[in-house]
Ligand binder design. Structure first.
Ligand code: XMP
Length: 523
């Protein structure tokens, strides 16, 4: 197993992820882990992460001496390289220019770290690597025993190695995907240099996580707000695997869910997985509070507040529970840390099950905190959740509340639910030439209800009915998005079906706005 010592880089979790992808077990600990704990961990190798500090500042974090005394391979990344160099007798200087972004480096000589790993070769036969740099300081003199194993003009010591002691370090970030061979380099370190086998996988992860949850919770009860979304569903399945009926899920139906969604959640978790679920049918209550309100931000606030109120009321009835479980995943952790430092302009006030007040006096259980979204999905499948649920498009906390423009009414929600179900069904049933369904080819797709009536004709009669808009986007991070180029035949079929099958809607339009300047949701 691999020990990763965290010096505070934004990318440390990515290192852990790459090691997991290489099917090797790893744990991430703070850089000041005690010598006794490091020895007890008995790592096959140690990775020192990057970090925001400069080795020149007073009281900068240093790797515990035992890291270099254990006799196991050590791999320093960025700050990890600098502190390795400084601690072993080399020199680090503050660079005048920050090197940030892509760089091409040349691997020289033979080094176990890079041998046979390259993007291309130059005329002299040296391997060239496209890497991603982000640093101000750099190593200017190597410690005794080390040689440079890669360089470029800006960074003569882009990577260094002491092959005898098996100490390796790189100035660039192999853990980010911009470094094309990064995965291979990390795999090389953990497999070939540390000698770890590819013997760790999702079932092992589940075993570990289950043990951790049991140790944490003991025989106490845990409450979890189940939304039917990926994260809370996977968290529920994992915790249930660990502690069975000590887990009580509270599922708040706010009346703004998609067609049959409540029944599906109850079927999957209640009937099939036999979990304890409190199903709260709070649709009337939510609708009552939304009556007469048409401002998007106000609607979001009301839905968020109502959720907290209903959830607290229901969980207060579960008097013996001591824990609140949440499906927080790693990107949420970074985002909320980022939100503290950056004062971003509020475009939309997001509401999640995560936003519960700490007045609930419950201890927090967050078993997915270290995982990225696709790892959470993989975990969900391994836990036996239906893949339709695990690979579902994201659905916002306020649900149809922000997809019915202006005032929310029960009648609108019912029409929208049926229209949306048709759109999604057709996306799931239609494939492009690659064989993928259009549901898979789009990142998010849904229908929006426009409280506008337009004139139509059906048979011999005039109609005067509502309009819906279809929305489908392609994006990787939901920060920017393109509208999806859905085939005309598909759009035509969806339009026909909605107008024929949903009485009350006589016009369907397709939203062709990108983000920015539009947002993905209409409110
Ligand atoms: P926008 O509309 O801002 O949406 O382009 C970006 C992504 O965020 C989702 N979204 C939300 N998710 N609570 C959520 O959990 C919210 O209040 C919320 N508002 C928007 C949206 O569906 C899209 O995926």
């Amino acid at each position: 197993k691999i020990l990763i010592l965290d010096f505070g880089s934004q990318f440390t979790q990515l290192i852990a992820r790459r090691v997991r992808e290489a099917n090797v077990y790893c744990e991430l600990h703070a850089w000041d882990m005690s010598e006794a704990d490091i020895r007890a961990f008995a790592p096959a190798g140690i990775i020192l992460s990057g970090g925001p500090n400069s080795v020149y500042e007073d009281e900068t974090p240093k790797a515990p001496q035992v890291v270099f005394d254990l006799g196991v391979p050590v791999f320093g990344i960025c700050y990890g390289m600098q502190t390795m160099a400084a601690q072993l007798g080399g020199a680090v200087e503050s660079g005048k220019v920050r090197e940030f972004g892509y760089a091409e480096i040349r691997a020289h000589g033979h080094s176990k770290l890079f041998d046979g790993i390259q993007d291309k070769t130059n005329a002299a036969g040296h391997g060239l690597l496209d890497v991603w740099m982000s640093h101000g300081d750099k190593v200017t003199a190597l410690p005794a025993g080390f040689s440079a194993i890669a360089s470029n003009e800006a960074t003569p010591f882009a990577a260094m190695a002491d092959e005898m002691r098996r100490f390796y370090a790189v100035q660039f970030h192999p853990e980010v995907t911009h470094t094309h061979q990064g995965r291979a380099i990390i795999a090389r370190f953990v497999h070939d240099i540390c000698g770890c086998g590819k013997d760790w996988n999702m079932p092992d992860y589940i075993t570990e996580a289950v043990e951790k949850i049991r140790a944490q919770v003991g025989d106490e009860e845990v409450i979890l707000g189940l939304s039917g979304g990926v994260d809370s569903s996977v968290a529920a399945a994992l915790i249930h695997r660990a502690i069975g009926d000590q887990l009580i899920c509270v599922f708040v139906d706010n009346g703004l869910l998609r067609l049959n969604e409540g029944a599906q959640v109850m079927e999957t978790f209640g009937q099939n997985m036999r979990m304890k679920i409190v199903h709260v049918d709070a649709g009337d209550e939510f609708l009552k509070h939304l009556t007469g309100v048409s401002d998007p931000e106000q609607k979001r606030k009301i839905i968020g507040r109502e959720f907290v109120e209903v959830f607290q009321r229901e969980s207060a009835k579960l008097k013996s529970a001591k824990w609140l479980a949440q499906g927080t995943i790693y990107p949420d952790v970074i985002e909320s840390a980022g939100a503290k430092t950056k004062k971003a302009h509020t475009i939309k006030s997001h509401h999640n099950v995560g936003g519960l007040p700490d007045t609930m006096h419950l201890k927090l259980l967050e078993p997915l905190r270290e995982l990225f979204k696709d790892e959470v999905r993989e975990l969900g499948v391994a836990l036996g959740l239906p893949s339709d649920m695990v690979y579902r498009h994201p659905f916002p906390g306020p649900g149809l509340g922000v997809r019915i423009l202006g005032e929310v009414k029960r009648e609108y929600a019912e029409l929208l639910r049926r229209a949306d179900a048709i759109f999604i069904e057709e996306l799931r049933n239609t494939r492009d030439v690659s064989g993928k369904t259009w549901y898979e080819l789009t990142s998010q797709a849904f229908t929006v209800f426009l409280p506008v009536k337009s004139v139509g004709v059906m048979g011999d009669g005039r109609t005067y009915e509502w309009v819906v808009s279809l929305r489908a986007v392609v994006t990787s991070d939901f920060m920017t998005a393109h509208w999806a180029h859905l085939p005309y035949e598909l759009l035509g079929k969806v339009s026909n079906r909605i107008i024929n099958e949903v009485r009350g809607i006589n016009r369907v339009v397709y939203d062709i706005s990108g983000k920015p300047p539009a947002t993905i949701e209409w409110e």
